[in-house]
Design a protein around this ligand. Structure first.
Ligand SMILES: Cc1ncc(COP(=O)(O)O)c(C=O)c1O
Length: 406
């Protein structure tokens, strides 16, 4: 049974007081807190298991390599990928998406080719494509979401031309919490030979993801939102695409042989993991995946849906608050503002004085801010450890904002 009060005990930081008030942490979309199991795993790695990986023959190097590579297998199974070489460790989604841009798209797209992007995207899934446009003169074609924050295959289909080579899209909006039907999108695009890049940074935290069943070419996520350490991320690459990729960063690990005038390369995933990785961090990511899988994920999702419904209903009652895309299917993320009355940063400061941590700003989604016509929003984002009482605290603090700003 899913017991939120028991789960909270696993997160030491949640017992903290902020500004003399109990911490209400509603900034999970930016980064989530870490359970004891992740903290202890990292500590244990440095105390008992640490050395550099892959290179040494001594006991600790073998042990660290074993632990590190076990996380690759765990991640493969977690994502439903078929092969280990499809799992590339990165420092986060940002690096993963840049890797797709440099290692795959740079090789396979030509002058005039088109990439479809949605206005929902985080800058991490926009800027690498701007860079590619500068390098290769490709065209970026944009799709705006509907009023529910949705992008459908039909909307994408209208933008497809004979030049369309890729569609890069988020699995879940980090501003609206809308979940995109990426399976229908990828399966239809596959039939047309269009490559799909999915940003799973938010979705992976809430949904069971099976890349084989979705049928995408690339899928990325970042470890720190999934209760894991910072500096960890994953790029899933469908095996078919691996053969079309060239290395992006050169250095140790990714080579077989180096002479003064020649280099021969290692295979995937090592080919794309030059240099010493975040060893303890990746091992910590393994603990985070174990943590997520220690619950019945369906029960967790049910809990998050009911908490989201509670939050949505309470926020809806604040009729002076501008709510951005509050559809009932959207999950765990709520963006709101007090247009013309208070800046989102001022709201967040008042909330912070009450111990309530939310994010304010453009959420690295400036094209989306422009689309909804605001410079910034306040964003409350929920995780499995949040409670109805914490939502009540958010509402109480927002009422204080209203009183203060009039
Ligand atoms: C949807 C989405 N994509 C990408 C990222 C980038 O993640 P990272 O900064 O960990 O690379 C974020 C983080 O906020 C995100 O929410």
């Amino acid at each position: 049974m899913f017991d939120v009060l028991e789960i909270r005990k696993e997160f030491p930081i949640l017992a903290k007081k902020v500004n003399d008030k109990p911490l209400v942490y509603l900034d999970n979309g930016a980064s989530s807190q870490k359970p004891i199991s992740v903290i202890e795993t990292i500590k244990n790695c440095y105390e008992n298991e640490y050395s550099n990986v892959h290179r040494g023959l001594h006991f600790l190097s073998n042990l660290a390599t074993e632990k590190f590579e076990a996380v690759r297998e765990k991640t493969r199974s977690f994502l439903g990928a078929a092969y280990l070489e499809e799992i590339i460790f990165t420092s986060g989604s940002t690096e993963a998406l840049n890797l797709v841009s440099y290692a795959w798209a740079n090789q396979n797209l030509e002058y005039g080719d088109e990439i479809i992007l949605s206005t929902l995207e985080h800058h991490a899934n926009i800027v690498p494509w701007h860079f590619l446009r500068s390098r290769k003169n490709v065209k970026l074609v944009w799709i705006d979401p509907d009023e529910n924050g949705q992008i459908s295959f039909e909307m994408i289909e209208k933008k497809i031309s004979s030049k369309t080579k890729m569609v890069c899209i988020t699995h879940m909006s980090n501003v609206f919490g809308s979940i995109i039907d990426v399976k229908t999108i990828c399966q239809n695009l596959k039939k047309r030979g269009i490559v799909t890049v999915l940003d799973g940074s938010q979705a992976i935290v809430h949904l069971e993801v099976d890349v084989k069943s979705i049928g995408c070419d690339f899928y990325t996520f970042t470890g720190h939102k999934l209760f894991g350490p910072t500096g960890t991320g994953v790029l899933y690459v469908n095996k078919k695409r691996i053969e079309e990729m060239v290395p992006f960063i050169g250095g140790g690990e990714m080579i077989k042989n180096v002479s003064k005038d020649d280099v021969t390369f290692n295979q995937s995933p090592f080919l794309f993991e030059a240099g010493t990785p975040g060893i303890a961090e990746i091992i910590g990511l393994g603990a985070a995946i174990d943590f997520v899988l220690s619950f019945d994920r369906k029960s967790v999702l049910e809990y998050e849906i009911s908490l989201s419904e509670y939050a949505r209903a309470k926020l809806q009652r604040l009729d002076w608050l501008a709510k951005h895309s509050f559809h009932s299917d959207n999950l765990a993320i709520f963006s709101f503002s007090m247009e013309g009355i208070a800046h989102a940063h001022d709201m967040a400061t008042i909330l912070d004085a009450n111990g309530v941590a939310v994010r304010s700003g453009h959420h690295c989604a400036q094209p989306l801010m422009k689309f909804i016509g605001v410079p910034a929003t306040c964003r409350a984002s929920l995780a499995l450890y949040n409670t109805q009482e914490e939502i009540d605290m958010l509402i109480e603090s927002l009422e204080k904002c209203k009183k203060l700003f009039g």
